[in-house]
Structure formats: structure tokens, C-alpha cells
Design a protein around this ligand. Structure first.
Ligand code: GUN
Ligand code: FE
Length: 426
């Protein structure tokens, strides 16, 4: 990491002010003061005139992207075994791969590749699943700390409905390992924080959920899990939890649905009306994962409805349900699947716009981390420098159009700079 925490970036600046409005400033000045944004200006204000200034010429400068849902141990098999639905995919591909992380040598290789790829990506913040294995998860946290990205990482809890080779031997063991993991990692890092991670209801006994609910409350931990991803899963949860009124209620009964802390649930493709209402009332974040929902034939989440009803929504890649780690790609996917939903399922729900998709991948998910995802004053200084000169165009384009193209056409080669909290990553 290089650079101080007071500096100015000059370039073509784009950021969301809210879900519908994209602010663009040509040849503007973006100020970083103590690791936070001090605003975007057309002329450099005199009080910042002595800050070091880096001029990025005709490049674009945007907030860092936020991945609200990704599985680090699944990165190794991204793009493989995409012909199954969720529950078969978990049993056939996912659980055998995740079992390998009992072996620290394997974890070191695989997580090394993951951390390096995340560092080079457009993602500056992420909520990350590990596996049930404490040592491998701690190794993942060490490696992610080094990247400078700001992440929340979870040791996964699972004590039922998976093979012996990927199941903790009872709720007590799962709780004890989690306590030890929290003790070892809770205040160890600058960039990485632990997040409580019950895999999903089918993987966790009531006994375990009760213990995790208590732990969440005692330590005020954030929580991540999966919710209403696929019809077979929703039906299974009904059978497993006859006392709960709907899937989200099965988390809520144990206080693990945003009651006492930040909670992010991946998918919400098939959430019932009551579930949507509880998501809203509890302030639970929805991690929309359009590529995963397509690959696993899960369906299309009604994101237009979620935005209309002012739910907290961001984007997730859900690697390896999603095959890549790009949140720019997730923005394009979110727009595309919303068009299919509009055309095929419900013509009253308009597709997402570029402005909305960009918001979801920056400010929408960013707020899970606090004041993150915008260049409005006092937001944490997470920024990307985008060079679209390798994507030539003969016509004049405005900044909004250049950003739209970048979302659809770019890859990591077009990233020329990345900052989190005012620190330069590359
Ligand atoms: N539900 C429970 N575990 C998983 C997982 O690893 N990936 C996805 N997409 N859904 C899940
Ligand atoms: Fe997932």
C-alpha cells in the first residue's frame, strides 16, 4: 500500500447519490481527507490546494464495488459443474470441494489464488464465506488482510444434512469452534472482521441456531446466510421447521434475522409476501446474485419490488454458483435478468436501469459496511480508476454512456487504480 490519507484525484468522476441518481463530473477533483471523501468539486477548493494531486487524465473514477456474497472455497471450481440445481449441486460439487479445506496445504494454495484474484478485481469490500474449518478460515482471513480489501469473513456452521466429511459433530462442537475462532480473530485485523455464518437452515439444527443466536446477541456480530434461493429448498425448510411460518421466520425465531445486528441474506428469489415484510422491518440486506440464480436455474429475484419497497439491496457474485468475481458483470447480469423477468413473468415490474444496477453494486451493498459506496462527503474513500482507452469508440460519449459501456465490456485489465479507506491497493 502506498500514499498518505490526504490527497486529490483528478479525472472523470461518477458516483451514486441515491438509487436513481448517478452524479457525473467531468474533469473533477475528488478529495481524500483522513481516508474519507471530502467531496467532489469542479474546481479545486483552496483549502485542498496543498494536497498531493494525481491526475488520471481522461480516465473514469468511481467508488469501489461491493460483493455482498461470495464463497472463497468455491473459487477453485468456478465455471465447473454448472448443470445442476442447488441441492444436487451442493451435494455433488460443493461439499466434496469444501471438505478439502481440512487440509491446510490445499487451503493455502486455493485461498492464495482467491486472495490474489480479489485484490486484482474491482471489488473493494466483500462478505465472504469460508468453510467449517477454523484453521483454514483463519488462514483465509490472514491472506485477505494482506490484500488491503475490507472484508467480513465467516467460519461456516453446519451440523446436519451433509456428509460426515463436512459436518461438525454436534451443536456444542460447532459453538465451541466458533467461540475460539472469534476469540482468535475478533480484534486481530485492521481490514478483516468476523461475521457469523450459519450456512442455511437445512445445515443447522435448532440447538445450533439457538446457540448462535445467543452468541450473536452477546457479541453484537453481523450475520450472513442464504434465504429462499430455490423452490426445493423453501419446501425442505418448511418440512424441517414446521413451527416457522416462512423461511425467514426460521432465522428470526433464533434472533438471527437482523433484530440485533446487521444481517445479509443471499438470493431471496422466492420470498413470500410475509418474508419480504419481515426483511423490510428488520432492515435485513438482500444480496442479489443474478449469475448464480441463472447458473443454478434458481429463478429471478424481484429486485424491482425490493427497490420499490425500499429494502436494503446489494449485489453478490455467489462464486461458485456465480462463475466469476466481477461485480461489474453482476450489474450487467442484474439488468439482463430483470428484463427477462419483466418480459416473461410480470410486465408490471420494469427492468433495472444502469443507474440502479450501479447503485446496487456500490452504495446499495456498501451501506452494509457503514458510510461506503459513494463519494458524498464523509464516505470512506474506496475508489477505482477505470481506463476505457482500450475499449475504443469512434463517437462522442458522455460519462454515463462510458460507464454503461464499462459495465458491459470491461475486465480487470481496464482497472488502473484501486483504493480502500484512502489506502492505495494498486
Ligand atoms: N445454500 C447453502 N449453501 C449454499 C452455497 O454454497 N451456495 C449457494 N448458492 N447456496 C447455498
Ligand atoms: Fe451462496
Amino acid at each position: 500500500m502506498t500514499g498518505g490519507k490526504n490527497f486529490v484525484l483528478k479525472g472523470n468522476i461518477c458516483y451514486s447519490e441515491d438509487v436513481h441518481s448517478l452524479k457525473t463530473v467531468e474533469q473533477g477533483y475528488l478529495i481524500c481527507q483522513d481516508g474519507k471523501s471530502a467531496g467532489v468539486y469542479k474546481e479545486l477548493p483552496v483549502q485542498f490546494a496543498d494536497y498531493p494531486l494525481e491526475d488520471f487524465g481522461d480516465m473514469l473514477i468511481v467508488p469501489g464495488l461491493v460483493d455482498l456474497h461470495i464463497h472463497a472455497p468455491q473459487f477453485a471450481f468456478r465455471g465447473l459443474g454448472m448443470d445442476l440445481e442447488l441441492l444436487d449441486w451442493l451435494n455433488t460439487n460443493t461439499f466434496p470441494e469444501e471438505a478439502k479445506y481440512a487440509d491446510l496445504e490445499y487451503a493455502k494454495k486455493a485461498y492464495g489464488i482467491f486472495a490474489e484474484s480479489m485484490k486484482k478485481s474491482a471489488t473493494t469490500r466483500a462478505c465472504i464465506f469460508g468453510t467449517i474449518h477454523r484453521p483454514a478460515t483463519e488462514l483465509l482471513m490472514d491472506l485477505m488482510e494482506e490484500t488491503g480489501l475490507k472484508t467480513m469473513i465467516g467460519k461456516v456452521n453446519m451440523d446436519r444434512n451433509s456428509p460426515d466429511y463436512l459436518r461438525e459433530q454436534g451443536a456444542e462442537e460447532s459453538e465451541q469452534e466458533t467461540l475460539l475462532w472469534l476469540k482468535e480473530t475478533g480484534s486481530k485485523y485492521e481490514n478483516v472482521k468476523p461475521i457469523l455464518t450459519p450456512r442455511f437452515i437445512p445445515s443447522c439444527t435448532d440447538d445450533l441456531m439457538e446457540r448462535l443466536g445467543r452468541l450473536q446477541k452477546e457479541q453484537g456480530l453481523p450475520v450472513q446466510s442464504h434465504l429462499s434461493e430455490n423452490q426445493g429448498e423453501v419446501k425442505w425448510v418448511k418440512e424441517l421447521c414446521p413451527a416457522s411460518e416462512f423461511y425467514g421466520d426460521a432465522y428470526d425465531q433464533f434472533g438471527l434475522f437482523g433484530e440485533n445486528g446487521k444481517t445479509v441474506m443471499a438470493h431471496c428469489v422466492s420470498s413470500s409476501e410475509e418474508e419480504i415484510e419481515l426483511i423490510k422491518n428488520r432492515g435485513v440486506y438482500v444480496a442479489h446474485c443474478p449469475q448464480s440464480n441463472t447458473n443454478l436455474s434458481s429463478g429471478i429475484a424481484p429486485v424491482r419490488t425490493y427497490l420499490d419497497r425500499k429494502l436494503n439491496v446489494g449485489l453478490g457474485t455467489d462464486v461458485a454458483g456465480g462463475s466469476g468475481e466481477s461485480i461489474f458483470r453482476a450489474m450487467a447480469d442484474a439488468i439482463q435478468v430483470s428484463k427477462l423477468r419483466w418480459r416473461l413473468t410480470d410486465e408490471s415490474l420494469k427492468p433495472l436501469t444502469v443507474e440502479e444496477a450501479f447503485y446496487l453494486g456500490t452504495l446499495g451493498g456498501g451501506s452494509f459496511f457503514g458510510m461506503v459506496g459513494s463519494f458524498l462527503k464523509d464516505y470512506e474513500f474506496d475508489a477505482l480508476v477505470l481506463d476505457d482507452s482500450g475499449l475504443p469508440h469512434p463517437q462522442e460519449l458522455n460519462l454515463r454512456e462510458r460507464l454503461e459501456r464499462f459495465i458491459y465490456l470491461s475486465d480487470d485489465r481496464h482497472l488502473k487504480g484501486k483504493y480502500t479507506g484512502g489506502n492505495r491497493i494498486f
